[in-house]
Design a protein around this ligand. Structure first.
Ligand code: JB8
Length: 236
């Protein structure tokens, strides 16, 4: 990863991801973009051609940084930007199959487009958005993307079924989850979950997932393949 705020990415070395690194399941290197500046002010930005608010990140600095960081084993360059294509669970799975990912964290009004165009001559460049809102820089998006990708790597999650049964893994939102106590503040766990009848439990969970998806994300239902819903689903 390349950023002007390397410490922003420190959380990636905590908890589950930190344990995955110490177990050798992945390697993480964070580079300070300013290491590729040569002026006393370590300038990484300049005024935008054509005018307008804010500053744009300079191509020379990013070009030199990516020349170095992209050297070596083939990598895929991921650039978070509000103007990117949506980052989805499907794209997380795609990224998790890559041997190496390089993340470019922009700031200000973004990175000079020629940096991405130049990189695209050598590697696959993915400009991705984590949602329809605007952050101050790419670092927070990288934290989200890396967590979504790394948890899919074999051995990272304790129970491999967790990733397989994620929200979105079957195209739907996950339904509600419960644990002890059986009654909490007058609210009881649904009886079916304590019935021991796993066929019934699976059906109930599927129904709650379909209901929640219909209510909160009808677009996901629309996007399902024609054969994704069985007769019981459609009866709901
Ligand atoms: O909202 B975002 O995901 C995002 C990503 C990168 C930059 C760079 C400057 N603002 C940004 C916002």
């Amino acid at each position: 990863m390349v950023s002007i705020f390397p410490s922003y990415l420190a959380p990636l070395r905590e908890a589950l991801l930190g344990r995955a690194i110490s177990r050798g399941l992945l390697e993480l290197t964070v580079h300070d973009l300013r290491a590729w500046t040569h002026d006393v002010h370590q300038a990484v930005d300049d005024s935008p051609y054509g005018g307008g608010p804010g500053m744009v990140m300079r191509p020379q600095v990013w070009g030199d940084a990516l020349d170095d960081v992209l050297a070596g084993p083939p990598a895929r360059l991921v650039v978070p930007t509000p103007a990117g294509r949506p980052f989805t669970q499907a794209l997380a799975r795609e990224f998790s199959a890559e041997e190496r990912l390089v993340f470019a964290c922009g700031r200000y009004e973004g990175i000079d487009q020629r940096v991405l165009d130049d990189a695209a001559r050598r590697v696959t460049v993915d400009e991705v958005s984590i949602g329809d809102y605007v952050l101050v820089g790419g670092e927070v998006a990288v934290l989200a993307i890396v967590e979504a990708v790394v948890r899919l790597l074999p051995g990272v999650l304790g129970n491999p079924r967790s990733a397989a049964e994620d929200s979105f893994s079957d195209g739907l939102l996950e339904g509600p989850a419960y644990t002890r106590p059986e009654v909490w503040r007058g609210l009881a766990v649904p009886d079916v979950l304590r019935s021991g009848n796993h066929a019934l439990i699976d059906r109930w969970r599927r129904d709650r997932s379909l209901e929640r998806t219909h209510r909160r994300r009808p677009d996901l239902l629309e996007a399902l393949p024609a054969d994704a819903l069985d007769r019981a689903d459609r009866a709901l």
